[in-house]
Design a protein. Structure first.
Length: 78
């Protein structure tokens, strides 16, 4: 099904920016908002958090070996 909408330039720019940053189409960004309730604000914040996490991991500012061991021990079968 194809639906055509007139979208204000400012809103269209946000959709295009989200699409570019997330490697998705504009239609996918809009469908995500409509189908799953992921507003543009939510999508922008999600992308920002993922980018921050990736940057931290690239800096090595992730989890210490002791942190990883503690998590592994927590979830290992008894």
């Amino acid at each position: 099904m194809t639906i055509e909408l007139e979208i204000m330039p400012k809103l269209k720019a946000r959709i295009q920016a989200i699409a570019a940053r997330s490697n998705r189409s504009e239609s996918e960004v809009i469908a995500d908002a409509l189908e799953y309730g992921h507003s543009l604000d939510w999508q922008e914040q999600f992308i920002d958090k993922v980018a921050a996490g990736l940057a931290a991991a690239e800096r090595g500012d992730f989890a210490s070996p002791a942190d990883l061991q503690r998590i592994l021990n927590k979830y290992r079968p008894s």
